[in-house]
Design a protein around this ligand. Structure first.
Ligand SMILES: [Zn+2]
Length: 341
């Protein structure tokens, strides 16, 4: 089995693999960075490398073909435990019972692995009782057990969690690397499409991949059009728009809503670029008039308030039952700011 390449994060990986080789890997690592940048992939590769039984030098592990490597890749390794929100439940939280269960499991004798890992993805899905239940184990895990804590928004974590972890920051992957990676993955697509998706991803391969799949970039344009229209329409239109966006079970709408948030963030980013008089390339260069209008209306305080509202909406979507409520609040804020407060 050949493992897919890990894009970027050379500094973070050198640090982690170096510690692994020296036997000094911290028992609680916090991998932080934007959504889709590759945090979970690096966490899994680290767990694989630690358990890989090949003779390869440390820097070249994992091999991808030995027993433990295959088991971890398949998600069937008994000593690599992933704690994540239950996708079948409306609230995307990691409940306190799940944390207690993982703590109980981590007390057992390890099956075969030299290193047991508990991956928490993402940490912000633990509300206070769950986070508190984890604290003691995070500070003093059972021998041979390490925690790989993932966060898209470390600011939202409890200080008591942060202080127990060694923080590993994972920044944007170069856009050209992402473009080169997309090409062979989507051989049917035009190279220009890969270039646009890579640029839109802001250095997050997972996001770029998302833009290339499903209806991809055409759907993005339609979604942006709909969003811009509703923000100009009478207030009541927002409520019917969000109702349509979030109808049915969470599974059926969450991806679309996350896309919408990315589109909104891209527009805010572009407006900030124009507002600041920078000549960085725009993600919405095909609708520059719109971006200029946003910059005129929002730069600079309105942009900050809108960006904050997007983050709040994301946080709410992780935990709230009603996606509609979270979206209503966000779009009303953006509409009000565009209308001049
Ligand atoms: Zn291996």
């Amino acid at each position: 089995m050949t493992l897919a390449p890990v894009l970027g994060h050379e500094t973070a990986r050198a640090r982690l693999w170096g510690a692994l080789e020296r036997g000094s890997l911290h028992h609680a690592l916090l991998l932080e960075g934007p959504r889709g940048v590759g945090k979970r992939l690096v966490a899994l590769r680290l767990a694989m490398a630690a358990n890989c039984t090949s003779e390869l030098p440390w820097s070249q592990r994992p091999c991808g073909s030995c027993g433990p490597c295959r088991q971890i890749a398949a998600g069937t390794h008994p000593d690599v435990i992933v704690m994540e929100p239950d996708t079948t439940r409306a609230a995307r939280t990691i409940p306190v019972e799940a944390v207690r269960e993982v703590i109980r499991q981590s007390q057992y004798h390890r099956y075969a692995a030299a290193h047991r890992f508990v991956i928490v993805d993402p940490a912000e899905a633990m509300q206070e009782p769950a986070a508190n239940a984890l604290l003691k184990t995070l500070e003093e895990p059972p021998a041979g057990t390490g925690f790989l804590v993932i966060s898209h928004n470390a600011k939202a974590l409890l200080p008591t969690i942060l202080s127990r972890c060694q923080r590993i920051r994972m920044g944007a992957v170069p856009v050209t690397d992402i473009e080169g990676w997309l090409g062979p993955l989507f051989p049917e697509s035009e190279p220009a499409e890969c270039a646009v998706a890579a640029r839109l991803s802001l250095g997050c391969p997972g996001r770029a991949h998302g833009w290339m799949t499903d209806d991809g970039l055409g759907a993005r344009r339609d979604l942006r059009q709909g969003l811009l229209q509703v923000l100009r329409a009478p207030l009541g239109d927002i409520y019917s728009y969000t109702g349509k966006l979030t109808s049915g079970g969470r599974q059926s709408w969450i991806v679309g809503v996350q896309r919408l948030l990315e589109i909104l963030e891209d527009l805010l980013r572009d407006a900030a670029i124009v507002g600041a008089g920078s000549d960085l390339p725009l993600l919405n260069g095909d609708d520059e008039d719109q971006v200029r209008r946003w910059a005129e209306r929002l730069w600079p305080e309105g942009l900050a308030r809108c960006a904050e509202a997007v983050q709040e909406c994301r946080d709410d979507l992780e935990v709230y039952v009603s996606g509609k409520t979270a979206l209503d609040a966000l779009l009303c804020t953006v509409r009000r700011e565009l209308a001049g407060g």
